[in-house]
Design a protein around this ligand. Sequence first.
Ligand code: FES
Ligand code: FES
Length: 158
Amino acid sequence: MARITVKVDGATYVDDVEPRMLLVQYLRETLGKTGTVIGCDTSNCGACTVHLDGQSVKSCNVLAVQADGREVTTIEGLATDGALHPVQEAFHQCHALQCGFCTPGMIMQATSLLEENPTPSEEEIRVGMEGNLCRCTGYHNIVKAVQQASGQSEAVSS
Ligand code: FES
Ligand code: FES
């Protein structure tokens, strides 16, 4: 076992973990943060996306021990004082989900994308989100939501 100290969604946790434990397992099984989900076993789907020190990562591709001394934000830490993050609000308003399984990862990736590029083109959004797969929506409303969150909603045809 290895002892890790990690800040997750603003709270600091100290835990002993198996060296092989994945960050997504730590978040879900140890901390009970089941908003971060597992959609594949091939690091392809992006459903498990979180921020590690402000950068989006697929948490099934990171070991819990690699988060030692670092800060993780999950979908559960995005809202502040009960108010949805603008990207969450835009996904809601644009109906950018159907079953919702991909949504936590989509939103975490979109917030990261917008931090790096506050006014992305549609093409830049599609490229920036290509590591996140959705089986339901056809992506149109997801792109629309990201553009709305960036203040570019008028630029999108419906
Ligand atoms: S569960 Fe991490 S990429 Fe699919
Ligand atoms: S809304 Fe169902 S997988 Fe994306």
